[in-house]
Write a protein that binds this ligand. Structure first.
Ligand code: ZN
Ligand code: ZN
Length: 222
């Protein structure tokens, strides 16, 4: 079956995101997705908590800050410590039963891996819908994926509900389970799609963050 999943979304369990568990499911459905990966910064517990509370297919994961740049780990059963090299982090993700994705490898302003992307990764995030500069980073990631023969995926790196789904991966999975989705990604039965998040939505995120700082309350989105 075809799974349409945004494989890179942060929730309020990442302190820099405004996406509540309710927003996550609401906007994922609204964008026509049937799965979403929760990839909070260096935290795993939120993903599992959210998965328990909904019937929507949540792929638990986290975004690990390796010493070489950010790495998305999907379907890990335990958190992966930050601060290790990319090679060591990928090995730890595999030991924890997970899938290692080189996320936004060629962007400005984020911890990106650049030439530290290597063949032991399972996949490369060819499209990160909030990447800057967008086209250039997609082209470079595409070249690297071909060169290293890695699976190609996409995600938004959403931190604000309406941003969800601008980057998504179509996955040809045997069934709608976390295991089947991850197996398909590793086997390369997946295709990245997407476009850059409109600047308006990034501006709204900045405004909403400011509002949250002032009122100390998350703004109501739904
Ligand atoms: Zn990142
Ligand atoms: Zn991220």
């Amino acid at each position: 079956m075809q799974i349409h999943a945004d494989l890179h979304v942060h929730t309020t369990y990442s302190s820099d995101s405004l996406i509540t568990p309710e927003d996550l499911v609401h906007y994922s459905k609204k964008r026509g997705l049937n799965a979403v990966a929760v990839t909070d910064h260096n935290k795993l517990e939120g993903a599992y908590k959210i998965a328990k509370e909904t019937d929507f297919l949540i792929i638990p994961g986290m975004e690990v800050s390796s010493s070489d740049g950010h790495i998305v780990a999907l379907n890990i059963k335990e958190p992966i410590p930050r601060g290790f090299s990319a090679v060591e982090t990928v090995a730890r993700i595999h030991a924890a039963g997970g899938v290692a994705i080189a996320c936004h490898p060629f962007v400005f302003f984020k911890g990106c891996l650049r030439d530290r992307v290597c063949a032991t990764f399972d996949a490369i995030e060819v499209i990160n819908a909030r990447a800057f500069p967008f086209k250039k980073s997609v082209n470079k990631a595409e070249e690297t994926a071909q060169h290293l023969k890695l699976s190609r995926v996409a995600g938004t790196d959403a931190h604000y509900g309406p941003q969800i789904g601008y980057g998504f991966t179509v996955i040809d999975a045997e069934d709608a389970t976390i295991e089947a989705v991850c197996r398909a990604i590793v086997a390369g039965r997946c295709q990245p799609f997407g476009q850059a998040v409109p600047p308006r939505l990034n501006f709204e995120l900045t405004l909403a963050r400011l509002l949250r700082m002032v009122t100390k309350k998350p703004p109501h989105l739904i």
